[in-house]
Design a protein around this ligand. Structure first.
Ligand code: MTE
Length: 340
């Protein structure tokens, strides 16, 4: 979609034009899906205006100062507001949010931001979950919902601010959930209520599963794991003409399972690998990497990168061909350039 079509599309739906950049890559206008161009990244974090958007339905009407109701398998149901939580410590976490369906390319459904809010675990403790509490079900005002295991919920946040500003409508104002290290689908926006229960309550309409066909032809379904280790080459870009000699290669890498331990690059299709220098952010932020490579021959060259995280997990060369779903895409990024 070009800039003009973008403005027309955005004008047709009830969103504020000012809070999105026209240079964005709109994948769909309704429901709104906007990719972030990682090549435009300046500094550690994605600005709130540039942050990718992934909606399943129309953005709900805006509400001021809404509360979130916590009920279900708890002994003290409660309505939370920032005032009600004034005695709890506020948290500030830099964290990558990546959509589970994000592909391996630099215009993408992934961004890194500074999130501010309260620990979901501490808020739930006020409600006092009962022994039968196994799932925390989060419902948004657009009809979207997700149920997460209590274990995952303990690491979650109830967020009101992104990059020091109140959440915008696109990103879930006034309340959203955030699960650092997990794919974005659980981070429910426009949060209206939380219900603690012994089973998952939201319907399967928005189910996210890993689906595989086994050798015997059986279909296996598994919940998605933490965000898997991934890296991207941001420089040089695909299709660039390069000069022979020294060349700077750089990009980003992240994992929901721990810090990035290693990024390696290859200029020969993955036969020889050279380590890159790393610049880490916080534990849930992406890591920047850079390396000088030697381009000694003229002609086409394929540059590849692969990252490994501190758990030892690394990127697969290609997509697992047994996968039937479109999630957890973390194969190695490759760019093709021409050396003169
Ligand atoms: N929450 C609600 N209420 N509705 C949605 O459509 N999309 C989910 C999640 N939370 C969604 C939602 C998905 S799939 C992703 S990847 C993230 O929000 C995207 O968050 P963002 O649009 O703020 O980047």
């Amino acid at each position: 979609m070009n800039r003009r079509q973008f403005i027309v599309a955005i004008g047709a739906i009830p969103v504020s034009v000012k809070s999105l950049m026209a240079e964005h890559h709109v994948v769909s206008a309704d429901p709104l899906m906007v990719d972030f161009d990682l090549g435009s990244l300046r500094g550690q974090y994605t600005s709130s205006e540039d942050f990718y958007v992934r909606n399943h339905a129309a953005i709900p009407a805006s509400v001021d100062g809404a509360s979130v109701r916590i009920s279900g398998a708890v002994s003290r149901p409660l309505e939370i507001t920032p005032e009600r939580l004034a005695n709890l410590k506020k948290r500030r976490v830099g964290a990558v949010l990546e959509c589970a369906g994000n592909l391996v390319k630099p215009v993408a459904k992934v961004s890194d931001g500074i999130w501010e809010g309260w620990s979901l675990n501490e808020v739930l403790a006020i409600a006092n979950p009962s022994n039968s509490a196994v799932y925390v079900n989060l419902f948004g005002r657009d009809g979207y919902g997700r149920g997460v295991a209590m274990e995952q919920a303990r690491d979650g946040l109830l967020v009101t601010h992104l990059n020091g500003q109140p959440l915008s409508r696109h990103h879930g104002a006034p309340w959203r959930a955030l699960f650092p290290g997990w794919y974005g689908m659980d981070s429910v926006k426009w949060l209206e209520r939380i219900e603690v229960s012994s089973t998952i309550l939201p319907t399967n309409a928005y189910a996210y599963f890993e689906m595989k066909q086994t050798a015997s032809g059986k279909i296996e379904r598994k919940p998605l794991p933490h965000m898997q280790v991934k890296s991207l080459i941001l420089n040089p870009e695909d299709g660039k003409v390069l000069r022979r000699g020294d060349c700077e290669m750089s990009g980003i890498a992240w994992s929901g399972e721990g810090l990035i331990a290693r990024v390696e690059v290859s200029t020969d299709g993955g036969v020889k690998w050279q380590p890159a220098l790393l610049k880490h952010g916080g534990p849930f932020d992406w890591t920047f990497w850079h390396v000088r490579i030697q381009l000694s021959q003229s002609g086409a060259v394929q540059l590849t990168c692969k990252a490994t995280d501190e758990t030892g997990h690394t990127q697969p060369p290609e997509r697992d061909s047994a996968r039937l779903d479109g999630y957890v895409n973390n194969w190695r990024h490759k760019v093709g350039c021409v050396v003169l």
